[in-house]
Write a protein that binds this ligand. Structure first.
Ligand SMILES: NC(=O)c1ccc[n+]([C@@H]2O[C@H](COP(=O)([O-])OP(=O)(O)OC[C@H]3O[C@@H](n4cnc5c(N)ncnc54)[C@H](OP(=O)(O)O)[C@@H]3O)[C@@H](O)[C@H]2O)c1
Length: 304
């Protein structure tokens, strides 16, 4: 795969939390990257996708997705249009123009009942529309574009966009007490760590690397323990008083979409193949909280 300074890379979904981090990291490393947001390239429009990829890229990174897990239950057509069909349009165009493709997927392709960390060869069994649409998107990419890497990740958080960390901080300021689900397990993933992984894939040069990999934070936890870590770090950083946290069961927090009880991903194959260290989500959390405190601005030059 490419990603030398002379290579042309296209990033789709550049307005999202992962997309923002990939763009900033690429820029910091002096990589040539064209960034498209939903406004400039809607991946559900086959011709728009084709016409931008026809401009000649060696690598296309697709972070664009419909990520609203509960809303997907009500908007199945939209979720499938973006996550299945859109991913397929990107993959087709990559194949036809000779570009390689890096595509993002999710731990929610699994039902969470395995009882140990999922490896890449475990069969998918999504519980909801979002997971089904992402599993279908994986299939679209595999069928259309042999030169692909699919990275399945989980519980992504960063300073940009919406995520659990920012929701917890907001709720903590609005209320003195917050109830958090304590019986779902997974791996938080800092968006910057994931962006680093994406660019490691982009920099790889071996044709043996194509395939599906798991890539997330290093240590599994529950949403409740994650919330505790967020407030402990925030208090240490700012002196803010943490709200009182109450652990609750999934059944006490009804949501439109069913979530997997334990979607822990085993990332050893990814780390070995791309020679990457585990992503330390606790350090990533401290970095994001510091960044939110400092109010980093995202540059937006070089967009498609
Ligand atoms: N966030 C997580 O916890 C998580 C967990 C597991 C896997 N993932 C996967 O990781 C990837 C990146 O997620 P993220 O957290 O960065 O999500 P995000 O913040 O929701 O970003 C997704 C971006 O895609 C854009 N988008 C939506 N529909 C589009 C379309 N039709 N054409 C072009 N762009 C479109 C969105 O634009 P608008 O905001 O304008 O709609 C948004 O900027 C996705 O593949 C996601 O499925 C995320």
């Amino acid at each position: 795969m490419p990603a030398g300074r002379q290579d042309k890379i296209l990033l789709l979904g550049g307005g999202g939390q992962l997309g923002c981090e990939v763009e900033q990291l690429a820029r910091a490393r002096g990589l040539s990257m064209t960034v498209a947001t939903r406004e400039t390239v809607d991946i559900t429009h086959r011709l728009a996708v084709r016409s931008v990829i026809d401009q000649g890229y060696s690598l296309v990174i697709n972070t664009a997705a419909f990520t609203a897990v509960d809303r997907a239950e009500m908007e199945e057509g939209r979720a499938l249009a973006v996550n299945r069909d859109g991913a397929g349009f990107v993959a087709e165009a990559c194949r036809d123009t000779g570009a390689a493709m890096v595509h993002l997927s999710t731990d929610y392709v699994f039902d969470g009942t395995k009882g140990s960390a999922y490896v890449e060869t475990d069969p998918v069994s999504p519980l909801g529309v979002y997971g089904r649409s992402k599993a279908a998107g994986e299939d679209s990419v595999r069928q259309a574009c042999p030169r692909h890497v699919i990275l399945r990740t989980s519980w992504v958080f960063g300073a940009q966009g919406s995520n659990f960390v920012k929701t917890m901080l907001r709720l903590g300021r609005e209320r003195g007490e917050v109830s958090v689900v304590a019986d779902q397990l997974g791996c938080p993933t800092p968006a910057l760590g994931l962006a680093t992984a994406v660019l490691a894939v982009a920099a790889s040069s071996s044709d043996d690397d194509w395939g599906t990999y798991h890539c997330c934070g290093n240590e599994r936890t529950t949403w409740f323990d994650f919330a505790q870590a967020i407030f402990a770090e925030q208090s240490a950083l700012t002196g803010e008083t943490a709200p009182k946290l109450h652990p609750i069961a999934t059944e006490d927090y009804p949501t439109a979409a069913k979530r997997p009880p334990d979607s822990t991903l085993d990332c050893l194959a990814f780390q070995a193949r791309f020679r990457q260290q585990p992503i330390d989500w606790r350090q990533g959390l401290r970095d994001v909280l510091r960044e939110l405190q400092g109010g980093r601005q995202v540059a937006s030059a070089g967009r498609a």
